[in-house]
Design a protein around this ligand. Structure first.
Ligand code: SF4
Length: 178
């Protein structure tokens, strides 16, 4: 039997080949809230669409309206969903005391206090108003800061303001530029 005859035979048996199940099927993104965002990884700044339902992210994809990326994401940006929904993601602060071999869970408040105390102590001990030539430098060379590529623009702005302008730290870098 030729293909045309087979199609005619099928249509003759069932004029509506779309089942009720197919009619009710829809994308899992249907009804989700969509938020336009920027990929957290690098300075290209590809735009992303973040889909959420009931307060949870259910998908992240490229934004077709972006003049930068036109809906595309590189493999790293395309895996952003895995960054936020990864069962292996650490959700507590991990601390390894000096000379210890085991990591310990600590509260975020304890960690922030510890970092603040060490920064203050180190800056007080190393701050230079002038260098050996008498030139005003107002700096410390004893502290460095390395940011992660998932820091957003606002966080990087505040880091640069606080570390460099506020505390005189010179070595402020970001993993994305290394
Ligand atoms: S999708 Fe890739 S190229 Fe685009 S901003 Fe993210 S990491 Fe950079």
């Amino acid at each position: 039997m030729g293909i045309r005859n087979r199609i005619r035979t099928h249509v003759g048996r069932n004029p509506n080949p779309i089942t009720a199940h197919t009619r009710e099927a829809h994308s899992r993104l249907a009804g989700a809230n969509v938020t336009v965002s920027v990929c957290p990884y690098c300075a290209v700044g590809c735009s992303q669409l973040i889909y959420t339902k009931n307060g949870r992210i259910i998908d992240i994809e490229g934004n077709y309206d972006s003049p930068i990326s036109g809906g595309t994401l590189c493999p790293k940006g395309a895996a952003t969903y895995g960054l936020v929904n990864n069962p292996d993601r650490l959700t507590t602060v991990r601390y390894r005391p000096p000379h210890a071999t085991q990591w310990e869970d600590r509260s975020l408040a304890w960690c922030m206090e510890r970092i603040a105390q060490l920064v203050k102590q180190t800056r007080d001990a190393s701050y230079e108003e002038t260098d050996t030539n008498g030139t005003t430098v107002n700096r410390t060379l004893a502290i460095g800061h390395l940011g992660g590529a998932t820091l957003d623009n606002e966080e990087n702005y505040l880091i640069k303001k606080l570390w460099t302008g506020g505390l005189g730290i010179v070595a402020v870098e970001n993993q994305a530029r290394i």
